[in-house]
Design a protein around this ligand. Structure first.
Ligand code: AR6
Length: 180
């Protein structure tokens, strides 16, 4: 795990399962537009949350690319889930802006709900085929830019499924630390 600070906000990257972050208020779902269960992150979150999550999601669907909506966490250890629809790489343009929108909107939504901590998966880098290095760069840029606008969020965690994805974040964290 590595840590950097953007102002007073702590940013962490670690390897793990987004559905197993019990110390975090809101976990972020890499959702589909219909907010249904699926493979990857969406499957893990819906499996752990139980059917109540899918029921609550029904009233918010469909969502647009770059949008974020918030539900409760149901059987998850987290009070809330924030569902973001990332861009499909090569189809939804401009991909970098739309990906950044997901992170920015999720952070502002969590902050408006007075939540203190949030965990993100690497949105769009699985089924949606966004190259992981570019996705990580845009994600971190959007998050660091948003930190100055947040009032309640103290901890932002990036949860990476694979060791190679963790390495990408570790290198970006090192570069950011070196630039401060
Ligand atoms: N915890 C953390 N990261 C994970 C987990 C997990 N449990 N499982 C996979 N990843 P994806 P997308 C990583 O496909 O690209 C779904 O079917 C994975 O290795 O979940 O935004 C939805 O229903 C990858 O790096 O999300 C949508 O249709 C990253 O999380 C579509 O896929 C994102 O992979 C969304 O595609």
């Amino acid at each position: 795990m590595e840590v950097i600070y953007a102002g007073t906000t702590r940013l962490e990257c670690r390897q793990g399962d987004i559905a197993d972050q019990p110390d975090i208020d809101a976990i972020v779902n890499a959702a589909n537009s219909q907010l249904l269960s699926g493979s990857g992150v969406a499957g893990a979150i819906h499996d752990a949350a139980g059917t109540g999550l899918a029921e609550e999601c029904r009233e918010f669907a469909p969502i647009a690319t770059g949008e974020a909506v918030i539900t409760s966490g149901h059987n998850l250890p987290n009070s809330h889930v924030i569902h973001c629809l990332g861009p499909v790489y090569g189809r939804d343009e401009p991909a970098d802006t739309l990906l950044g929108d997901c992170y920015r909107h999720a952070l502002h939504l969590a902050d408006r709900h007075r939540l203190r901590s949030i965990a993100f998966p690497a949105i769009s880098t699985g089924m949606f085929s966004y190259p992981p290095e570019a996705a990580a760069r845009h994600a971190l840029k959007a998050v660091i830019a948003a930190c100055g606008e947040l009032h309640h969020i103290e901890l932002i965690r990036f949860v990476l499924f694979s060791e190679s994805d963790l390495r990408i974040y570790e290198e970006l964290f090192d570069a950011y630390r070196g630039s401060c």
